[in-house]
Write a protein that binds this ligand. Sequence first.
Ligand SMILES: [Fe+2]
Length: 599
Amino acid sequence: MIILGICDSIDSHACLIKDGKIISAISEERMSRMKADTGYPEKSINRVLEVSGIKSNQIDIVALAGYDNGLFDSITKPAALFTIQDWIEQNEKYWKPKLYQNKKLNEIDNFKIWLKKYPKILNNPYKELVKKTSNKNVKKHLNIYNEVRKKVICKHLGVDKSQIKVFRHETCHQYYGLFSQQQQKTKSLILTIEGGGDDSSATISIGKKGNIKEVYRTNDAMIGRLYRFITLLLGMKPGQHEYKVMGLAPHGQEYHGKKSLKHFEKFNKISGHKIFKKTVFKDIYFSSRKELHGERFDGIAWGLQTCTERFLKKWVLNCIKKFKIQDIIISGGVAQNIKAIKYLLDQKKVKSIWSGPISGDGSLGIGAAWLATKKFDKKNKVKKIDHVYFGSEISNAEIEIYIRKKCKNFKILKNVKNKQVAQWIANGLIVARCKGKMEFGQRALGNRSILADPRKQESVERINSKIKYRDFWMPFTPSILNEHINKIIHNPKKIYSPFMTVAFDTRKKFINKIPGVIHPADKTTRPQMLKKNINPDYHDLIKEFYKITNIPLLLNTSFNLHGDAIVENADQAINTFIKSDLDILLLNNFAIIRRTKKE
Ligand SMILES: [Fe+2]
């Protein structure tokens, strides 16, 4: 059975599953080049069909994630389109009069503000929604929204409406967590925690033998929403830059953050496994702006992260006590907080913790497709994943075309071996590697990566200042040969983390050896643990680097410029190479070389 999974909320994407196995998955942002793209993922649907060699008339079921993604969000695409000023304007023009001045405003009024500012947003498959909801009877809007979505899918793919199955947002998160789990457990406690889904911001379920039973849900968990609005207050983009606030937090100190922490702790209380809202404030943005006026930015980040960690610790430990299960799966936006995951893992009562490769909404389509497999494909079981190389590949023919077109000023080498590439990196050169299938999700795991020598602080400085224009406080991450992992990190619970979703304490004797991939403030590192069978060629490259340097890891950051989506094809890779200060671009076994002094 062929199932197409679609997510049309934030980080929209498409995936194809054949007989229970994922055969391709691509995020819309890679195709549209609009980071955090939102809405109907037409381009990525076309691309997953193309790379899989499947025609739309072969699709048996379309699995659509979520019933309620915000009525107009798939048209306005706030996480992708809005500037920081737009987010502030939305709070001032819509939320302030609605919450504080008792003005009767609804989603249509909000939408009108953005339609006026960005009239092009109507170039959208869901534009019919605007006309159909022009009256103020908002009660019927959700039905109209879902009808429009189905209509667009039927028109695009030629499928019948009866083939489209819609799955609840939170349930997609739960199944994604369960089926992406790498170290299988007989019983797991599955928690979702996020800004909001179809009906809740936190759920508790029991997972057993591929089945899930939800035992608790609430829409009162505020931690995901807090993170979103505080990201904005700190001058960064909500829905995109929460990880930067998390990265900033260890630079802050209690002295500067205690007032913020006290403020954040006023939003929720936990009693047993249940989460309750404290109604101290009318909203997050305005109350926090007022309460935290004059507070230092690093202290605010520290306070927020500390609040998140304490909140999760209390909730998770209470859940363990209540349900007597110590193996945890955590999904939803807050599960992307790798520092909090580490903090949970450090708790004695937590035996193991799993957060999938993309635990936010960027994987809902996969969760939906797995749910559809479970429900409708009676012949096949969901086949577990051990990697995320589900995207497109670059052909040598394509590479040769773009080399001829765009690379006249560079030196070109063919049939380059890993030994040579490892030597370049050890000599201090910065290499972008585009080889094999593109990764699905926000992280580059070697195939669309910028690679550098982790021993050299100057590599970090060059990547930050001349290549990626990254924020100075954000650490880089390593790809580590799995067979050497215990030398580098403390991992007493033997967690296998192949997708960079957990931070670990670095062993003392390595902290000074690999400064390029250590968080400068808390000395943690967030590895991709790389087994040979998962990506043999990338593994071999790191092995060659190890032979030269005695260091079994490389600095690995995604191959994109600041604010851009990660590159997909040869054309984008070469354009990015030209615009940046990268030394070498590796496209399959071709090397495009800018400088030669350290070769
Ligand atoms: Fe979600």
